[in-house]
Structure formats: C-alpha cells, structure tokens
Ligand binder design. Structure first.
Ligand SMILES: *Cc1c(COP(=O)(O)O)cnc(C)c1O
Length: 394
C-alpha cells in the first residue's frame, strides 16, 4: 500500500503577487510600510479582538507577552509538562521560573486541577497550550487564575482560528500568542503574533517589540527596555494571503479528522486524541493518537513511525517532557534558581503516558480527498497485519 506524501506550505500564487508589491516598494519594514499594519488589523478582526501585533516568531511572542506583565526573577509561571520547548524557554529567558503541571490524558491539554495545585504565592502567570489545535478549558483556567490575580497567556501556536464555547482565541485570556513557523496551519516561514483586548497592554507590547520606541518615532525615544522582535513587510505580505485561506483549510481538516476517526475506529491499538466537547473549532494542527504496540506484535513506536513514513504518511514522535530536554539537566546541576522545580516524571503521569505512547501525523496530510484519507487506514492495517504475522513466525 502506497500513498503520496502531501506538501506544506502551500502557495496559490497570491503570495508571490503580494511579495512583489513589497519588493517593488521601498518599504521593506513596518516603519514605512503598510502590510504589517494591514495584517494586524485583519488578524485582530478575525479573532474578534481589539489589537494584534505582528512579531518575528512564536517564541518571541511568548517572551514579549511575559515581559508586558513585568515577569522576571523570582516569579513563577505555570506551563504544561507536555508542550513544545518554547513555552518554557520563554519563561526562562525572562529570568522567571517555569513550574510544570500535568495535562489531561484524553485531550492532551492543561489539566485545570493540576494547574490549581501548582499555584504558589510567587505564581504570576499561566500559559495554557492548545495542544494540536484542541483548546484548553479556558473557562475553568481563567476562573482559577482570576481569583488569584494570575495572568493568562494562551499559547495558540497550534490554533489560529480556534474556538472554545463559540468564542475565538483571545476571549478568555489577557493575551494570546501565535506562531507562523513553516509547519503551522498558516505560515510565512518564520513569524508570530500577539492579540489582546487591552489598549494599555497593546501599547506596551508595541514598545517592547520595537526597542522601546513608540510607533512613528524618529528621534530615538526608548521608553522601555525592549528588543527588536518586529515582523517584516515580506512576512506580512505572505500572511495576508495565508489568512484568506485559513478558514477554508481549517474546515477541510475538521471534516476530514471526523472521517479519519471513523476510518480508524475499529483498528485495535489506535486511540486518537479527544476533541473537548466545548472546543467548537479545533484546528487539528496534528492528528495525534495513542499507539499500543501490543496490538502491533510488540513492534516499537519508532518502527511503526518509520513504516508509516515509508508508506507515504508523514508521522512523528511527540515532544519529550519539557524538563527532560538535554539542556535542563545541565542547568539543574548548576543550581540556577530558575531550575528548582519538580522534575519528577512520575508527578506528571498523563504527560508521561502521552510522551511514551503517542505518535502524530501533521495537519497537511489531512488536506486530501476521502480516498487518500482512507489509504491511511489501509496503510495502518497493512503494517499491523505484517507486524502480527512476523511475531507469529518468530
Ligand atoms: C511552534 C511553537 C512555538 C514557537 O513558535 P516559533 O515561531 O517556532 O518560535 C511555541 N509554542 C508551541 C506550542 C509551538 O508549537
């Protein structure tokens, strides 16, 4: 059984037209151009929020979002133990301490109860991550946070256009951040955005991302200590086109994920990530599922992944536990106060289970016709049949 792997990112030619407009103008940066501003307006409108700020990438978006609340040395920020490393390194790069909490074993999203238990008198913020496009329980998380004056920053790197209870990203939080890195559901290669409903926060975010300078400054005013995290006009040109197509791609994936769930439902040893009931728009950045090797003749997850890739379905291992990244151990040894958290994997049983047992297929493999989707079922069944018969021979 063979299938052709799908390409990502996709361009329909509109990107080239817009890039050319920038190229032929003499405004390649936001200081004199119009594209970043236009993108910010459209991205904010799309999410029904007052303000959006384009930035250089999703990691910087998180860092600027933390800095806007003056989070620094001695402050704690609660992050899930299962996420992409940037959620935690952003905290460390602000000299604050990441404190980990567990995620839900079915939805893979921050467990509100575990978040609550991780709160101390030093907790300044929480960063729920909408894992693979399934939204965290933003009502519970924001309620717990508000009671204790903890800021909520949504890491929506996977969830452009996502909704909880019919409310788009940004509704339940102080700030939400996005990534437009090459693999994300809308992309310009490298890019990011921050959204908020607060004018005060927006104005400070702007200063922070532009070396402290207010918009239009030509006399070297640096009102706050900032860095340069600005988005270029070229990136915004591409994003304007990508935003136009986002809703279309999101809806195809939502439809195809339901279909793929059906196609895989009777296969032993495959259990997909659950979509939360109140997640009314799941962007499905990744199709994640538990792989039970016992149903596959004890074939390791790594071999399964290799065989999927060889058959034309891109397939990967999940993120490791954040605090098991190589650099963490070295830093812990140095005794840096930012690394004095709880790094016992058994204290995060659900995150650990996901790290050990889950594999995932990227979103673009789902942008296809039903017959191509059905091939994913056939390929998995084929791998399973071979794995089980090989074991019987041994
Ligand atoms: C991609 C990603 C980021 C970082 O975005 P970059 O644009 O690559 O810096 C942050 N958080 C999560 C969950 C991500 O997947």
């Amino acid at each position: 059984m063979e299938r052709e792997k799908k390409n990502w990112p996709l361009s329909d030619g509109s990107e080239l037209v817009k890039i050319k407009e920038v190229l032929e103008s003499n405004s390649w940066w936001r200081g004199s151009g119009t594209k970043v501003k236009e993108f910010e307006k459209k991205f904010a409108d799309y999410h029904n929020v007052s303000y959006a700020l384009g930035v250089s990438n999703g990691t910087h978006a998180l860092e600027v979002a933390l800095k806007v609340f003056d989070i620094g040395m001695g402050d704690e920020v609660i992050v899930p133990a299962f996420t992409f490393i940037a959620t935690a390194t952003a905290v460390l790069n602000c000299n604050a301490t990441p404190v980990f909490c567990d995620v839900d074993a079915d939805t893979f999203c921050m467990d509100p109860q575990s978040f609550k238990e991780a709160i101390t008198c030093n907790t300044k913020a929480v960063i729920p991550v909408h894992m693979a496009g399934n939204l965290c329980d933003m009502e519970q998380i924001s309620r717990i946070a508000k009671e204790r004056d903890i800021k909520v920053i949504e890491d929506a790197a996977h969830a452009q256009g996502g909704e909880w209870n019919n409310k788009k990203i940004g509704y339940y939080s102080d700030i939400a951040t996005f990534s437009f890195q090459n693999r994300k559901v809308m992309t310009c290669g490298e890019g990011g955005a921050i959204i908020t409903n607060s004018k005060r926060l927006y104005e400070k975010l702007y200063l922070l991302h532009s070396v402290g300078r207010p918009e239009g400054d030509i006399i070297y005013k640096h009102l706050v200590l900032g860095s340069n995290d600005r988005m270029s006009e070229f990136h915004a040109a591409i994003l304007l086109c990508q935003l136009e197509k986002l809703q279309y791609y999101n809806s195809i994936r939502e439809k195809n994920v339901l279909k793929l769930n059906e196609f895989l439902a009777d296969i032993k040893g495959i259990i997909p990530q659950k979509s939360s009931e109140k997640c009314t728009a799941n962007t499905h950045y990744m199709y994640m599922f538990y792989y039970d090797k016992e149903a596959f003749g004890n074939m390791s997850k790594e071999v399964f992944i290799e065989q999927m890739n060889n058959s034309g379905v891109s397939c990967y291992v999940p993120y490791p536990l954040v605090f098991q990244a190589d650099f963490f151990e070295n830093e812990v040894k140095k005794g840096d106060s930012r690394f004095l958290g709880d790094f016992e994997e058994r204290h995060y049983p659900n995150a650990l289970k996901i790290v050990k047992e889950v594999v995932w297929i990227p979103h673009y493999e789902l942008l296809c016709r039903e017959s191509e989707l059905y091939k994913i079922r056939e390929i998995i069944l084929d791998i399973q049949k071979r794995a089980n018969s090989e074991r019987n021979v041994l």
